[in-house]
Write a protein that binds this ligand. Structure first.
Ligand code: FPP
Length: 234
């Protein structure tokens, strides 16, 4: 459940390729600029009242892209976050990766574990990075883990509540997102946080991710505060 002093923003960072192509640059230049925007948004988010930020960096469907682009995105993420680590620690940012890490290249997986352990005791912004993530895969994984606990006698089907199911998700422990933003104009959720976004306020922006800024986030937050959230009530 979301409480008054917590604000969880989730973002589908779309439009990197279009940003690069419009400038006559290779698509990966868009991802590089997109990573810089992540850096700036992480720095700005706590000052805007954001307590958790969940970003979609690589989906289970992104493996369909050319192998060199896939490798570039995965290594860009770990290289940039590893470079930012001292700054992230000084900003008290706790980084967690959600997704199926079994299929990640071993060097990426090892860097992810280092990043998580170096920031594990940070008590500021929660930065959750979805890497090899799919919403359906997350739900299936949780269902399998619960079924395994039932088979082992550690749980019983009648114990299953929404809160209990939450505890099996990759994003466990985080309040549900209040806001889900998708950049670059597409009106889709693309398998992102399917369970968690049940009551999120959705924002579809025409801005490409590399052009997103703290000012863009601030204007979303301003509109969010003017929306009336009913959570199914009247
Ligand atoms: C979508 O744009 C973007 C991605 C699939 C990758 C997002 C990755 C980053 C921003 C870098 C991650 C790094 C850190 C530090 C978190 P697209 O390529 O689908 O754009 P298009 O729709 O215009 O082609």
């Amino acid at each position: 459940m979301t409480t008054d002093n917590q604000l969880h923003v989730a973002i589908v960072m779309d439009g990197n390729g279009r940003w690069a192509v419009a400038r006559g640059l290779p698509r990966v230049a868009g991802h590089r600029q997109g990573a810089q925007v992540v850096h700036d948004i992480v720095a700005a988010a706590p000052g805007l009242g954001v307590t958790a930020l969940t970003i979609f960096a690589f989906s289970t469907e992104n493996w369909k892209r050319p192998a060199d682009e896939v490798s570039y995105i995965l290594h860009l993420f770990v290289a940039m976050v590893t470079k930012w680590l001292p700054e992230l620690v000084s900003q008290h940012v706790r980084v967690r990766v959600i997704g199926d890490r079994g299929a990640l290249p071993p060097d990426v997986r090892a860097s992810v574990e280092t990043i998580e352990s170096r920031t594990a005791s940070c008590d500021g912004l929660h930065l959750n990075v979805a890497l090899n993530y799919g919403g359906r895969a997350e739900i299936l994984h949780a269902a399998q883990a619960f079924a395994a606990d039932c088979a082992a006698g550690k749980a019983s089907p009648s114990d299953l509540t929404e809160d209990r199911f939450d505890s099996y998700l990759w994003l466990r422990g985080e309040p549900a997102p209040d806001i889900v933003i998708r950049t670059a104009g597409e009106l889709r959720v693309s398998n992102f946080l399917l369970w968690e976004m049940a009551y999120a306020e959705l924002f579809f922006l025409d801005v490409l991710w590399p052009d997103f800024s703290a000012a863009t986030l601030e204007s979303v937050l301003q509109e969010f505060r003017s929306r009336h959230r009913r959570f199914g009530g009247s």
